[in-house]
Design a protein around this ligand. Structure first.
Ligand code: ADP
Ligand code: MG
Length: 709
């Protein structure tokens, strides 16, 4: 065989041709036959599980049923308008169910002719007293073949599809046929990607068998084995590529040497107003081990809000200074930077280290002095916003770059810090985040970083009591807020601001603010408001008024989410709480409970809240464990939506494995990849050559990623 079918353009697969090929490329990003066979069904039609309509319950999970359309109905649109809704009533002799469509109405109406029979799949819901189903999937009916009933070949793969594909005749059936043809052509060419010893060790089935089975399973048992094999393979290579970069870096001699602790560190340490927590001590030891290792540090520090990351940043910076280097601490907002500056200056008082604050609103004359001080080395630590990464900012010898609340910074911005050392060796990098990232996600997003976790809160932090209420209890809430204010406490009130509905959100915020001012009139009450449309000066003015205790209530959008410390605030009210992610709610809640008083978080939910949202909010009331909440968030919303991951994205896209659901396989794959690299760090041994082959593929070229932080 001289031809290579795997890499052939998809148009040459019989039954495709140039037109369909263009569509497959556009809609599914499939350009070659090899890519087609790596496009897997997302579910299977199983003839053995057709549910009689009478047995469908509103709380059933996904169900499959077959029936004929008995009638259809569509509310007349406004004159000249388009149809907005379409219902089909389907019966199978045991009962009837309404199917509702809000999208693809024209296409669906053409298919669901009265009298036609279809196989439907979807999740039932309960609406105005009856069961219905919104946007079920529709497939041609299964003709019961008595000879096959319950026997072999009862499962048919269903592939992700689009309306454009279906219109071009690429139906489910056609897809199955194409797949069968593609497998016929390519199976002889498919090479095993995993060495024999790994297949044996992990009890995996061969790739060929797995591919055949994932498209045409004989039974659920062999399908499970195929899925496991393919998921393991996918996650294993991902981890192997990430860990390999980490191994390479950790062996390269390119780290600024910082063997000592130094006088400044000791001066600060000995004057600390409190004892460091065990977790803080451990993390500082981990960081110091990195700094003196002779290799560049790339460490992610995770610690819940209030866990004391600032102190870790200060002491780490002082190690750099003790070794003759400078440090910078970068934070995402002006307010937060100022707060850092204030705290850090306090911690540094017992030392002779000079610290500067550099933000967008630093005056020109001052800015010039800071630039000079950084260049001549008289400034040891600079705290700042994005202003720090401007090209005009140059250091004498930057040794450590600390980035707080990392997810607010884009990838390129971080990379810019690289060029700020004069010696050509990049600074050590410490990224701090208060957004707990589920372990599986961290392993993937930051697979090439070392991770430290502060998993212990400073003593004396009181739990925050969390309550879930509806609008009906607004009066009681106001009274509660007044009681707290009478005790000398302050209150945060937060409104959601979601990008797509910004206008409506601002309206809600303004309305809410007006209502609050009405309910809390001046005198004696003072209500401040902060939101994204204000200028920096306005924001700072209002924020400072609240921080200094000159306002009782601060109404805001989520701008206060990041880092702001107002120990006297004891109540956090979150409006339309169902619209926030769990991690975000957790962050917001972390803003209270910082002082010595008992603190409260009140979640106000809207009237129309789904069961799922309700469940999430209840979970908020039950736990204060940020990691548990992040895990839940990921399970419910998927990793893409998680706070903290939008900008970074995943290093490679996953075809079959899910970070949310396949955590165990991921852990297993990572452990195994580590084992392989420990035995053969450069993958030079003969038996590992299949791995090297696979890693050469474009999708593992994630250089971009390894260089950022
Ligand atoms: P983070 O940045 O992790 O959210 P901070 O560094 O702002 O947390 O610390 C929160 C509060 O806890 C600060 O007021 C800080 O002074 C205090 N703190 C930090 N470490 C300790 C400790 N070991 N013991 C007591 N209080 C501490
Ligand atoms: Mg902080």
């Amino acid at each position: 065989m001289y031809t290579n079918n795997l890499d052939s353009d998809i148009q040459f697969l019989p039954g495709v041709g140039p037109k369909r090929a263009a569509l497959l490329k556009k809609e599914l990003e499939i350009s070659t036959i090899g890519e087609l066979i790596r496009f897997y069904p997302f579910r299977y039609i199983d003839r053995s599980t057709i549910v009689p309509i009478k047995d469908i319950r509103s709380d059933s999970a996904f169900v499959q049923f077959q029936g004929s359309v008995v009638s259809i109905s569509a509310p007349a649109p406004a004159p000249g308008g388009k149809l907005k809704k379409f219902s089909a009533f389907v019966s199978d002799g045991t009962g009837q169910i309404e199917l509702v469509f809000f999208k693809g109405i024209k296409y669906t109406m053409e298919r669901l002719q009265v009298g036609s029979t279809w196989l439907f799949f979807g999740k039932p819901s309960f609406f105005s007293g009856r069961i219905n189903m919104v946007h079920p999937e529709i497939d041609p009916p299964i003709v019961q073949d008595p000879s096959q009933k319950g026997g072999a070949g009862v499962m048919t793969g269903v592939y992700p599809s689009t309306e454009a594909l279906k219109n071009a005749g690429i139906t489910g059936k056609v897809m199955n046929r194409l797949m069968s043809k593609a497998l016929d052509l390519t199976l002889p060419e498919i090479k095993e990607t995993l060495p024999d010893y790994i297949l044996r060790d992990k009890g995996l089935i061969p790739l060929k068998t797995a591919l055949l089975t994932i498209h045409f399973p004989k039974d659920t048992q062999s399908l499970d084995k195929a899925k496991y094999r393919l998921k393991f393979e996918e996650l294993f290579f991902l981890q192997l590529s990430l860990l390999k970069q980490k191994f390479v870096r950790s062996r390269a001699e390119n780290g600024l040497p910082m063997p000592k602790v130094g006088k400044a560190f000791n001066d600060c340490f000995n004057a600390l107003p409190y004892e460091l927590t065990g977790a803080q001590k451990r993390v500082i030891r981990e960081i110091h081990a990195d700094l003196k290792s002779g290799h560049q540090m790339n460490r992610l520090l995770q610690g819940d809000v209030g866990s004391g990351k600032t102190m870790v940043a200060v002491l780490s910076s002082l190690i750099a200074i003790g070794n003759g280097f400078q440090a910078c601490i970068m934070a995402p907002t002006e307010v937060l930077t100022q707060q850092h500056f204030k705290n850090i200056s306090k911690y540094l008082a017992p030392t002779d280290v000079k610290v500067a604050l550099l933000t967008g609103s630093t005056k020109t004359s001052e800015r010039k002095a800071i630039h000079e001080g950084l260049l001549d080395g008289s400034i040891g630590i600079v705290v700042g916003t994005h202003a720090l990464i401007e090209d005009t900012v140059q250091f004498k010898n930057l040794g450590l770059a600390i980035i707080d609340e990392q997810h607010r910074f884009g990838v390129e911005q971080r990379a810019k810090l690289w060029n700020k050392t004069s010696c050509g060796i990049p600074p050590h990098v410490l990224v701090m985040t208060a957004t707990p990232i589920p372990r599986t996600l961290a392993m993937t997003l930051y697979g090439d970083l070392d991770v430290s976790v502060i998993d212990e809160m400073p003593p004396g932090r009181k739990p925050v009591q969390t309550m879930l209420i509806t609008e009906k209890r607004r009066y009681a809430l106001n009274k509660f807020m007044k009681d707290q204010i009478a005790l000398g406490r302050q209150v945060f009130v937060v409104y959601p601001l979601i990008f797509e509905s910004e206008k409506v959100d601002y309206k809600n915020l303004e309305k809410g603010y007006e209502k609050l001012v009405e309910d809390f009139p001046f005198p004696p009450y003072k209500v401040a408001i902060v939101h994204g449309k204000q200028t920096n000066e306005e924001k700072n003015f209002n924020m400072s008024a609240f921080a200094a205790g000159r306002a009782h209530i601060l109404v805001s959008t989520t701008v206060i989410e990041v880092g702001v410390d107002v120990p006297n605030a004891s109540v956090m009210v979150i409006e339309s709480a169902e619209r926030f992610g769990l991690s975000q709610l957790h962050q917001l809640r972390g803003r209270v409970g910082r002082g010595s008083d008992k603190s409260f978080c009140v979640l106000v939910k809207g009237d129309k809240v789904s069961k799922e949202s309700e469940h999430r909010l209840e979970l908020m009331c039950e736990t204060e464990d940020g990691f548990q909440l992040a895990e839940e968030d990921m399970k419910m919303r998927g990793p893409g939506d998680l706070e903290g991951t939008q900008q970074s994205g995943l290093p490679v896209s996953l075809n079959i494995a899910s970070l949310a659901k396949d955590g165990r396989i991921l852990q297993d794959a990572r452990d195994y990849a580590e084992k392989v690299l420990q035995a053969d760090p450069a993958l030079t041994s003969q038996r590992n050559q299949p791995l090297v082959q696979e890693l050469r593929k474009d999708k593992y070229k994630t250089d971009d990623y390894s260089n950022i932080s």
